[in-house]
Design a protein around this ligand. Structure first.
Ligand code: KIV
Ligand code: NA
Length: 274
């Protein structure tokens, strides 16, 4: 049985920290399930780490639907949350249309929207209609042309706005909120004031959970990974070594061996060639 938003909220009440990771396709989702991570984000970070764009802005709803469907097929345990892409939730009606595709065509269990007060009406409409919504405050990458890539909430007025936005999202029905690039002390204060879980990324250890990008965590994005990411493995280096070994063995004709090849009775071949 898949994790539900109620399970995630119970983890906060029980003081159990919530791990979350992005995944963009079937085999990755299978691995997340096997690792017992309860929540997957099909993030619009795919724009950068999968599609090679400079930001999340070019990601389309079609992109997210296709990747999210693959993730849903690869998992049976994790709650799958998908990002609504840039400018697909400018009004509650647009948000509902986008969420409909993600829930009906891809089969995700929840959607994530970036922002505070301006999107509260969309969050309320979605939750009224039965769509679980995850909020996203602090550094919101879809607004990078406006806010720059930097920690959000260091100044008192910014911090007060962030706290008010978090409470407004909770009141509108959000089941959890991502806090990205927020000072640890502010993230802790928000976490204490909310009944719903906070999921941090670059927001300190006192959030109720943490989310990381697959490629950052596994050493697949080289030097482009942000400072707050920790590399738990060097899969990129392991792949490079494997590919070089493969190419080398092809070059020296030590791959494939007889064990990798199909046999044939010599008489049958002789008869065919006669
Ligand atoms: O798209 C993404 O990966 C995200 C996380 C960084 C929270 O939104
Ligand atoms: Na995102």
């Amino acid at each position: 049985m898949r994790t539900t938003i109620r399970d995630i909220q119970k983890m906060k009440r029980d003081g159990v920290a919530i791990p979350m990771i992005t995944a963009y396709e079937y085999t990755a989702a299978q691995l997340v399930d096997r690792a017992g991570i309860p929540m997957i984000l099909v993030g619009d970070s795919m724009g950068m780490v999968v599609h090679g764009h400079p930001s999340t802005l070019p990601v389309t709803l079609d992109d997210i639907v296709r990747h999210a469907a693959s993730v849903v097929r690869g998992s049976t345990q994790a709650l799958v949350v998908a990002d609504l892409p840039f400018l697909t939730y400018a009004t509650p009606e647009h948000a509902v249309a986008a969420a409909q595709r993600l829930m009906q065509q891809a089969g995700v269990q929840a959607v994530k929207l970036e922002g505070g007060a301006p999107i509260v009406s969309a969050v309320r409409r979605l939750t009224e209609l039965g769509v679980p919504v995850m909020g996203h405050l602090g550094y919101t990458p879809q607004s990078e042309n406006q806010i720059g890539i930097r920690v959000q909430g260091k100044q008192a007025d910014e911090a007060a706005t962030l706290i008010a936005d978090a409470l407004a999202l909770q009141e509108a029905g959000a089941f959890a909120i991502v806090l990205e690039l927020v000072p640890a002390a502010l993230a802790e204060a928000v976490t204490q004031r909310l009944e719903i879980p906070t999921i941090g990324i670059g927001a300190g250890v006192h959030c109720d959970g943490q989310v990381q990008v697959w490629h950052d965590l596994l050493g697949l994005y080289g030097d482009k990974s942000p400072r707050h990411a920790k590399r738990y493995a060097e899969i990129g280096a392991a792949i490079e070594t494997a590919l070089k070994d493969y190419a080398g063995e092809v070059a020296e004709r030590s791959f494939p061996t007889a064990a990798n090849s199909a046999k044939m009775e010599p008489e049958a071949l002789n008869a065919a060639l006669a």
